[in-house]
Design a protein around this ligand. Structure first.
Ligand SMILES: C[S@@+](CC[C@H](N)C(=O)[O-])C[C@H]1O[C@@H](n2cnc3c(N)ncnc32)[C@H](O)[C@@H]1O
Length: 320
């Protein structure tokens, strides 16, 4: 993290060491493409302080009070269907511009959470840029040995496209519980000529006939959060299907420190909306019972204005 003092203001910048620290790896573990992205993107920011921070905190508290969204209720399914149908239409109307596949919940020009502080990025797409760097480390770190990768709750197929660029030869399978997402994934596969297929799958009521081929990896990226805590059927399904590796990037309420204000506000927001909690304790129980190996749990210390959506849990079922 470098500091450049100029007049009264100073800006800082995420560097390779910050990313390695966020991912819990050493510098040598960052692939070359990851390092190139860190160098090419603008990761400068200013830390919110003083009066600016105070007004921002009031805004956050008001947003928590006023927010009425409830995760996992029946209407949310229609909201996802409408949202992804809109993305599908925009993708088609733009003559298949993959930029239209960036999910709208990754919002530009927002304050960011970094190391339990609120920061104001200099560049518009700081969150998206961080996610791109994260994926360039994460996917090669965990999926290089598998033949098939399944993303459950894949939305616009945004992560599958990144996987296809890194691994054009692997079988990529995206599933979601709304048809618009599946249509979108199949459209991307057709237009970009990718080894990718989309399927309907509801993680709350997993279909036992859904095939998880031998030597598969599993990814969830902000989708278990949407189950409002009803993840046990899905984890049991994975225990039966025995993929080689399961990688989750999900908000994880258990990793916050309730004695830190920014964390406490995120706990309040996540709890009010009802995002999934309890996944990490559940995985820890399965590990202590000898059913899974819990390979990595890492708080990335990065998030958007209201919460940290990006924490890492990696495990694999124990095969007997
Ligand atoms: C926050 S989005 C994440 C999308 C994608 N993984 C990404 O990173 O862009 C959550 C996704 O989970 C899907 N989802 C919500 N509940 C689900 C369920 N019960 N089964 C399968 N998918 C679900 C939604 O349709 C949506 O695509």
């Amino acid at each position: 993290m470098s500091e450049n003092f100029g007049g009264n203001s100073f800006s800082m910048k995420l560097d390779e060491a910050n990313f390695a620290d966020s991912f819990g790896v050493s510098l040598g573990d960052l692939p070359a493409r990851c390092k190139k992205l860190i160098a090419d993107k603008n990761f400068e920011y200013n830390v919110l302080k003083g009066n600016e921070l105070e007004s921002f905190l009031v805004e956050i508290l008001k947003r928590i009070d006023e927010d009425t969204q409830k995760i996992g209720v029946e209407e949310r399914k229609d909201v996802w269907e409408r949202g992804w149908r809109e993305s599908l239409d925009e993708y088609v109307q733009s003559n298949f511009d993959i930029k239209k596949l960036v999910p709208k919940f990754i919002r530009p020009n927002q304050a960011i959470r970094w190391q339990q502080q609120y920061i104001l990025p200099v560049a518009d797409n700081f969150e998206l840029d961080y996610v791109e760097v994260l994926r360039e480390w994460l996917f090669p770190a965990y999926f290089s040995e598998v033949d098939t990768i399944h993303e459950f709750g894949c939305g616009t197929g945004f992560n599958l496209l990144a996987l296809a660029r890194i691994y054009p030869e692997k079988n990529l399978i995206g599933s979601d519980f709304v048809p618009a997402s599946v249509e979108l994934v199949n459209k991307i596969a057709e237009k970009q000529s990718l080894n990718l297929r989309g399927h309907i799958f509801d993680m709350i009521q997993p279909n036992e006939n859904y095939e998880v081929a031998e030597n598969s990896g599993v990814l969830t990226f902000g989708s278990l959060e949407q189950l409002a805590g009803k993840f046990e059927n899905f984890i049991d399904f994975l225990l039966r299907k025995k993929p080689e590796i399961c990688v989750h990037i999900e908000p994880t309420i258990e990793l916050y420190d309730e004695n830190v204000l920014s964390d406490y506000l995120a706990i309040r927001f996540q709890s009010k909306r009802g995002y999934t909690k309890g996944l990490l304790p559940h995985l820890s129980d399965l590990a202590s019972q000898g059913n899974i190996e819990l390979l990595k749990v890492k708080r990335l210390n990065f998030g958007s204005q209201m919460m940290e959506g990006y924490n890492l849990m990696v495990w694999r079922p124990v095969k007997v």
